[in-house]
Design a binder for this molecule. Sequence first.
Ligand code: ADP
Ligand code: MG
Length: 607
Amino acid sequence: MSRIRLLPEIVASQVAAGEVVERPASVVKELVENSIDAGAGKIDVLIRRGGISLMRVIDDGCGMDRDDALLSLERHATSKIRSVSDLEAISTLGFRGEALPSIASVSRFRLTTREPDAVAGTEIVVNGGKIDIVRDGGEAPGTQVEVRSLFYNVPARRKFLRAENTESRNIEHQLHLQAIGHAQIAFTFARDDRVAFQLPATATLTDRIRDLYGNELLQQLVALNGSHSPQIRISGLVGQAGLSRQTRAQQLVFVNGRAIESPLITAAVREGYHTALMKGQYPVTFLFLELDPGGVDVNVHPAKREVRFRDPNGVREAIARCIQETLARGRADWQEKFRAPPAAPTQPTVDLTLRPQVIVPEESHRELPQFPMTPDVGRGGSLNRPQTPVRLGPIEVDRPYQEAQGDEEAKPYKQQQFQIIGVLNKLYVLMENADGLVLVDQHAAHERILFEELRRRMEEQGVPAQKLLITQTFELPPRDADWIEQNLSILQKMGIGIESFGPNTFKIDSLPGFLNVTDGAQFMRKVIDDLKSASERSSPLRLGEDMIAKSVCRHAVKANDPLRYLEVEKLIQDLLECDLPYCCPHGRPTMIQISNAELEKKFGRKV
Ligand code: ADP
Ligand code: MG
């Protein structure tokens, strides 16, 4: 007896629908993509109860005549591609011809559509995949799709829906993606009959981000431009070094206008940020990639969220490099923030204990005011200073600080006058600039300085190695051994004294001096593991950087280490000289600014 049966059409389309219509947000995504493909200038979205009871998408796009409207509900019916070769260069968001029939098969569905110059439009009502009504409809030009009672006929699916609020948030996120990807289109979104956002059509991404997230975020973003590869154009905005989020929600990536999720790009972005991003945090990106449609395959998954690149390594390198360069470019503006206000404040005539004077060179050796002050501190007397100040400076790195200054090309920073007011809580250096108050975290700043110092050292002549008391030998699996063989010289630069000692066996007799390692073999296995988990092409020098980043924390001045004026001044100067001064090697910011405007607001001088 034969056991194989062809599935009835309705069952087949519900099976297919499962892949496209995962949840309400996927319905909104597909409908909005159709509106964008239809050339809409304005898209209105309305949902009720997390989209489960109603989702409605209205556009002013090209509309459809009756035949097309009926065809659009057939599976694999599309106006966007015709042949296999079209699949190789897709320039529309849709192309599978699956969305409308899938959605219509799992909901109570109503489509009204009219071409701009047609006298009458068409209305089609479908329930659970069955066409119930086809008639003239008189809506405005464009298309309106209404989806009610999602999954009413697929109880298994309905069970997987989350709370209405969660579904609403997913829909809103989806709309953010579309709105960011298409700034030239006006969007409105109403949730349970309240307007959640209303975005006018704008000319630029910057305006769209301002409308959606406000000026405050915008000020923390830097513009990406250009790439060195002719195959890929990179644009958009990304967060400055030190800006990060606890979730991925603002890590947006668009490939040829399509919002996508790509582990490859995520890795590239991380590589670009490297030490400018806090561990476990996510960067903020509005990253736009444009490639020749032939260089990217979007036909990977029914939901079209994933893509495959023809040249993944090229894409990764281009992104990492573009981000790196962009972050480094912001340095001059950042340094400007340290400039003392143009007119030095007038000498106070009244005694202001908490108001230190402008620092003049002869005074350089004096101690800085330490806030908070202890009660017994008299005016002008010695300030709160419990211990001998710590000596700043790199850990046993003999390269004199002055050396860097001869190198004007590489270091556009010129010594500038900054005005240090004092140190708060033995941690935050307070400074004044034209814009208000600047606070520098002395620990974070010193970490950054040490990090760059050691990295330079590693690249130039290698970090100092420390002999182990006992030489160790250890064996590795062939592939790991191979890797070590190939990278022996770099490992030695990193201060790892390692050499071959027979097949797949190595001898290790020294380790980087700044590390606190006793078991060399164990350390090497960890190094190899780290390297494996890093992207395959990431250079061993990167690994060295990570080792340094981990160790500088122990050597940097701590909170609670009181510093003298000269030391603080040198700290700030050294920081300003760094390649990436904005944050410590773990991605925490080194400096924050509190503007005069903010202060005035807080004091109620200005609303
Ligand atoms: P796809 O978008 O992959 O082509 P869909 O099932 O989403 O498949 O849509 C089928 C077809 O219906 C589209 O190719 C398009 O021609 C037409 N269509 C869908 N939505 C709209 C719309 N909002 N405005 C105009 N035409 C539309
Ligand atoms: Mg579509």
